[in-house]
Design a protein around this ligand. Structure first.
Ligand code: ADP
Length: 527
């Protein structure tokens, strides 16, 4: 929880820092580019002014004698611009130099005159590489030798070393001997402005970061609060007994509300399962307790009489019967437990139903005779299914013994095997006591019996008994489902019942990987 909050906060802060970086870099680069364009325009404009001023002097030419632009006043210095042009050019505030066709500087503005001769020379050497569409940069040093010049730049607070942005503008041939003009301006101030921008951005950054961290931490806490609430409520559901509790579901319908609703559904399912399991355990223990009580009574009886007495044998025989009954119950429970686990080891193979049903029928005839019933099998169509012969036999036998158990003397039990295109239906119809419509939904549930009191023999009671555990139909249904089939029932109280197993014919079978275990909704009735 705490770590999710920390991670959310860190992610938010990282995103913000990233955004700030991108924004700052864009601003910085954009600002730099616009300043550069401005400087270029400015330097170019100065060079153009110088050319236009030069042209003004040339326009004063007479038809036969062009007005001179340069003159040699000092042979050591070489050609310089005529005083008239010099006066005009002195109005240019920044760096400008005029170069004649010998490559010599014929005029340097006041700004240019502050540079060391080496720097001027460097600018001259880089000038031929420049053309009107390019700009250059020159690292310059201001003159430190001439004290007047030095005072001039120091007085204006200019640095000794500086960077100049320079542009070159070629002169029109009519302006000969002037060949080109170089305009320039110091990039120092603009660099400084950019550095200041960066500085102020860096100064604000920690503050923005801190504020965003606090906001993010608060927001993350707010977002996670409902989750913490769900966790606390879940923590309160400690065991099976507190499964009746439900989480509070907000009406907002947001993710948290949906999560709570889903968890509630899950708790509901768990509650049903737990309840079923509890009842199942109670029922199973109860069913085991009865034979144990009977056995104990019988063993005690056997011990209380002289050895070898006839009564002793009767008591032991009864104890043995109860033991067999208990073994049957444990066997059924084990089968169901394996089903639930999905470990029903069916030996699937192609089997003919005809001999199995025939065999079951013969057993039914013997049992039916003893019970005074008429057993018949009017239809026995042949069918092949993919399945486990032993399990299917168990299933059919369950249905037949139930039919015999729950049909009074004189009734009939009828077996039939009918096949359709894709399935085969094995039906067991009886004219017995039937099942009430209200009971039908429960008959496949474990330990469910229509009349529990009568179906179990009382301790000490002897003779014929209906004595099922209420597990037979649950097992039968599982067997049918494990074969990709179904077990259905149609019944009316006092009129009889028809149980039908429908199985897919071989080739049509879709065997479930593991049939879903039914809810252990065992009836609540007490004995
Ligand atoms: P039991 O071992 O008690 O027969 P089953 O699971 O086989 O357990 O059957 C569950 C209950 O369904 C029975 O106790 C009985 O009440 C009812 N039942 C099953 N088969 C029939 C039938 N053919 N006729 C009437 N009731 C039946």
């Amino acid at each position: 929880m705490a770590s999710i909050r920390a991670r959310l906060t860190a992610t938010y802060a990282a995103a913000l820092v990233g955004t700030m970086l991108v924004f700052g870099a864009t601003l910085w680069i954009g600002r730099g580019a616009s300043v550069q364009r401005e400087l270029e325009r400015y330097a170019g404009a100065q060079a153009n002014i110088a050319l236009r001023l030069t042209a003004t002097i040339r326009r004063k030419s007479k038809p036969d004698a062009p007005a001179p632009l340069t003159e040699i006043r000092d042979t050591l210095v070489g050609p310089t611009v005529v005083p008239e042009l010099y006066t005009l050019l002195e109005a240019i505030p920044d760096f400008v130099i005029l170069v004649d066709d010998h490559g010599g500087i014929v005029y340097g503005s006041r700004e240019a005159r502050l540079l060391s001769s080496q720097s001027l020379q460097d600018i001259l050497t880089s000038a031929p590489g420049l053309n009107p569409s390019t700009v250059g940069r020159a690292q310059i040093t201001r003159d430190t030798i001439d004290p007047t010049r030095r005072k001039a730049w120091e007085g204006r607070g200019l640095p000794r070393d500086d960077d100049l942005l320079i542009v070159r503008r070629n002169a029109d041939p009519t302006l000969a001997p002037i060949q080109y003009v170089i305009g320039g301006t110091s990039v120092g101030p603009s660099d400084r402005a950019q550095r200041e921008l960066l500085g102020s951005m860096l100064a604000v950054a920690p503050f923005v970061l801190l504020v965003s961290l606090v906001v993010a931490y608060y927001m993350a806490g707010n977002t996670l609060r409902p989750l913490e609430q769900v966790r606390a409520e879940l923590e309160a559901i400690t065991d099976g007994r507190s499964l009746h509790r439900r989480l509070h579901v907000e009406s907002s319908g947001d993710e948290m509300a949906r999560l709570a609703a889903t968890l509630n559904d899950m708790i509901g399912r768990l509650e049903t399962s737990f309840g079923g399991l509890r009842r199942f355990t109670a029922d199973a223990s109860h069913e085991l307790k009865t034979p144990l009580t009977v056995m104990r009574a019988n063993v005690e009886r056997a011990m209380s009489v002289p050895p070898g007495a006839a009564e002793q044998l009767v008591a032991l025989e009864e104890a043995l019967q109860e033991l067999t009954r208990m073994a049957d119950l444990v066997d059924s429970l084990l089968t169901l437990a394996r089903f639930d686990e999905g470990r029903f080891d069916l030996h699937r193979e192609a089997i003919e139903l005809e001999p199995i049903v025939q065999d079951v029928f013969e057993t039914a005839v013997i049992l039916g005779e003893a019970a005074g019933l008429q057993i018949s099998m009017p239809v026995l169509e042949s069918a092949t299914v993919l399945g486990d012969a032993a399990r299917l036999r168990q299933l059919f036998l369950n249905l037949v013994t139930n039919a015999i158990k729950y049909t009074p003397v004189g009734g009939t039990v009828e077996l039939s095997v009918r096949r359709t295109d894709e399935t085969v239906a094995v039906s067991v119809r009886d004219t017995g006591i039937g099942i009430a419509a209200a009971d039908l939904p429960y008959i496949f549930e474990r330990f469910w019996r229509a009349d529990r009191a009568r179906s179990r023999r009382a301790p000490g009671e002897r003779g014929a008994e209906r004595g099922g555990f209420g597990l037979g139909l649950a097992i039968s249904q599982w067997i049918a489902q494990a074969h990709g089939g179904a077990l259905t029932v149609v019944s009316r109280l006092t009129r009889g019942s028809t149980f039908t197993v429908t199985l897919p014919l071989m080739g049509e079978q879709v065997i479930p990987a593991a049939a879903a275990p039914p809810a252990y909704a065992v009836h609540d009735g007490a004995d």
